[in-house]
Write a protein that binds this ligand. Sequence first.
Ligand code: PLP
Length: 444
Amino acid sequence: MTNPQIKTRLPGPKAKAIIARDGVVVSPSYTRGYPLVMDRGYGAMVEDVDGNIFLDCAAGIAVNATGHSHPDVVKAITEQAQRFLHMSGTDFYYEPQVQLAEDLAAVTPIDGGVRSFFGNSGTEAVEACLKLARYATGRPNIIAFLGGFHGRTMGSLALTSSKAIQRRGFGPMLSGVYHAPFPNCYRCPIGSTAADCSGACLDYIEQQLFVHLVSPDEVAAVVVEPIQGEGGYVVAPDAFLQRLRELTRAHGILLVADEVQSGMGRSGKMFAIEHAGVRPDMIAIAKGIASGLPLGVAAARADLMAWPPGAHASTFGGNPVACAAAIATLKLLKDGLVANAAAVGGYLMDGLRALADRHCLIGDVRGRGLMIGVELVRDRQTKERAIQERDAVVTAAFNRGLLLLGAGRNTIRFSPPLVLSREQADTAIRIFDEALGEVEKQRR
Ligand code: PLP
């Protein structure tokens, strides 16, 4: 199926009733951009409780890698659920956890052997990387990048600097965390242009942070998203990641790639850092790894992951049902979905770039594979951020049956399931075109 079908005003009556109940009992801290109440999903399509059918280019925040309820994943989950649901991999053994660690070791771009620690979410994967970096190096400090998002628990939150609201009211943060500018080449934080860029974001680490604030020999790790996700789908240039690897290696600092959003095939390679040919010391993995079941992994160089029994663990982490889903997911990714993300992602990117000829709201189209950001601006010269317009375009797309999400302050992200077909990409481009047109008309 390719085309959405909107049968009621949105939200429909059943959706409205559920949203009213949610408003009384569910935490108001969640950011719901529009009133979608899901009933079922198949592939890249989503049906709501009133029978409306949407094309999903959000994938539950870049999670449903294999599409909604892929039969192979459902089969793996069902078979495992019939055997046993839980036995805590921190205290006992079961094969799905071992199998998944072996499968991950075979695909993670980390030198030497690879060991995996299992948690339940992205933030837990990052927490495990932070704790292991401190433990393995005996150093206290961490460097992260402005605009980055690494999670919301108290360790990862100290690295997160995507939106101030995510930190407001929760301080003081974990100490020993320093932030450097991220190489956003559309809006260079240092004021360079692509032509005269000499790597000032990295100079900042060497000539400002290391000189004025923190000795490199007291830095345990640099944590970087190869493609900033929540920060606006901003791709770090290959040369930046390569020089960052050299810089960290020179000072005995560990390089941690946070691939919670960009990993598991989304970028058109299994991990986005592979585009730069860089091999980090640890990778934080979550979101797409288990097609929707909760699972987070800190994958690390085996010689680094040498902490003793009791040092770190999680009751639910590496749950056997989630591991079974992840094993099936990895197989589907290797058997074609990573390649599909590269091919259909390139096709979608070309189609979205072509829209810029007709829509002056489009300032930049960027990304890799099926991780594409479209940044909206009020003026292409000044690059004034089109913040309200961004939200209006997301809503207009929803009303036409296309599910999108914002990222950063004025960017729209396309993060569909990796099963997206070219025909579905055409539908997404057509609806996005109409939504942009509607909002531009209102502005005139
Ligand atoms: N790291 C990155 C790059 C993310 O995009 C996210 C979530 O969006 C996280 C970490 C946190 O993941 P979770 O929400 O599963 O804790």
